[in-house]
Design a protein around this ligand. Sequence first.
Ligand SMILES: Cc1cc2nc3c(=O)[nH]c(=O)nc-3n(C[C@H](O)[C@H](O)[C@H](O)COP(=O)(O)OP(=O)(O)OC[C@H]3O[C@@H](n4cnc5c(N)ncnc54)[C@H](O)[C@@H]3O)c2cc1C
Length: 425
Amino acid sequence: MSRITRRALGAGIPALLTAPAFAQAPAARLVIIGGGFGGASAANFARRQYPWLDVTLIEPKTRFVTCPYGNLLLAGLRDLNSISFGYERLAARGARVIHDWADAIDPTARTVRLRGGASVAYDRLIVSPGIALRYGAIEGYDQAAEAIFPHAWVPGEGQQTLLLRRQLEALPDGGVVGLAIPDNPFRCPPGPYERISMIASYLKRHKPRAKILAFDTKNAFSKQGLFQDAWNALYPGMIDWIPANRDGRILRVDPAARVFESEFGVRHRVDVGNVIPPQSAGGIAISAGLANESGWVPVDSLTFESRRVPGIHVIGDATIAPPMPKSGYVANSTAKQAVAAIAALLRGEAPPPAPVYFNTCYSHVGAEYGISIVGVFRPNAERTGFVETPNSGGVSPRGDLPEQRRLEALYADAWYGSITADMFG
Ligand SMILES: Cc1cc2nc3c(=O)[nH]c(=O)nc-3n(C[C@H](O)[C@H](O)[C@H](O)COP(=O)(O)OP(=O)(O)OC[C@H]3O[C@@H](n4cnc5c(N)ncnc54)[C@H](O)[C@@H]3O)c2cc1C
């Protein structure tokens, strides 16, 4: 019995159903770099739908702490355990999980070199490394600075989010929390504003005289009207959102003095500082030559194959995919399309027909107060980008709608439960 057949049977897949697929399908090696929203979704989907694919997932961490719901930890609405996931079920489903860094890709030999020294061969490669923070883009914000001004935007083992939470706990009542928010494109467009809301939720209960100064590099943001309505209703007088045209751009920080300095040289002292720096595609996408001069990766919008290096498919936040946002939902839905396209290409078939990509971004603004934005997208005819389907998406209605807000917070919980199950099994 072949290795793949044994695996599929071991995973409990009925032999009668899978036998014809094995007869037609070549054994092929799919290697995936990054076990986050894109990569874990791709691995799980590939094992479920294409059991003939030999799947290897390369991810250094043994526990993945999700960014989604990390903001709720700041409010005390979640703990670290409830937003952390292991790879055991993916492994039980037949994916080979290697806990190491991918250090280099050789697209000619079709191999990935691991930090531990080993080399992994692939027939098709998926790269989903997420983002890298552009240290130095804000003067004074280097890696050492994040120990004082946490970003909590790439949670790693959750240490950054926990640090920010501890700093909030130590904040004196009447203290000032500053946030520095980047320009587009960046990971999770509504994320900073959900974070402001969750910090306010904590402060309202524990330090009601504290203030939040949210310095923004933009003049407008996702779900702005809904967020600002909620801030006025739930946290009156606590939040000052300072857009670029009110000197909101933070260009310099001095962590030792706990100072944010604006474009026009105004120095703001903060007790707690959350700096969300500008970003690029994750490091391996840059070093492998997948990214262009923008720092992000251009892809074929039907197959997610890199437009620069054949045989490598890139998904998730690392890609250039506007108007789709850099969200976990998009990473998950595009992962499936990339895997389906890879399976077709490996079988010598045409890529699957043009798909519809969905996105829903829920945000909590209070414990029982949720809002959302929905988008529906397709590849454009030239396969160079994406278009939003007219009249398909939208945002939650504005107004005093407590039952709708309560339900949306519940829908958000349901979304989180199902997407993490779809990633990690
Ligand atoms: C505060 C916050 C809240 C958010 N809330 C939401 C939300 O409510 N809904 C939503 O849809 N999205 C949300 N997001 C966005 C979401 O987290 C990202 O869009 C999503 O994680 C992108 O998936 P990805 O696979 O591109 O990257 P990630 O999920 O970050 O995964 C990348 C993985 O690659 C690994 N990796 C990197 N380099 C290498 C390498 N060289 N070798 C091996 N492995 C490597 C990393 O360790 C990491 O595990 C939020 C983000 C933040 C910051």
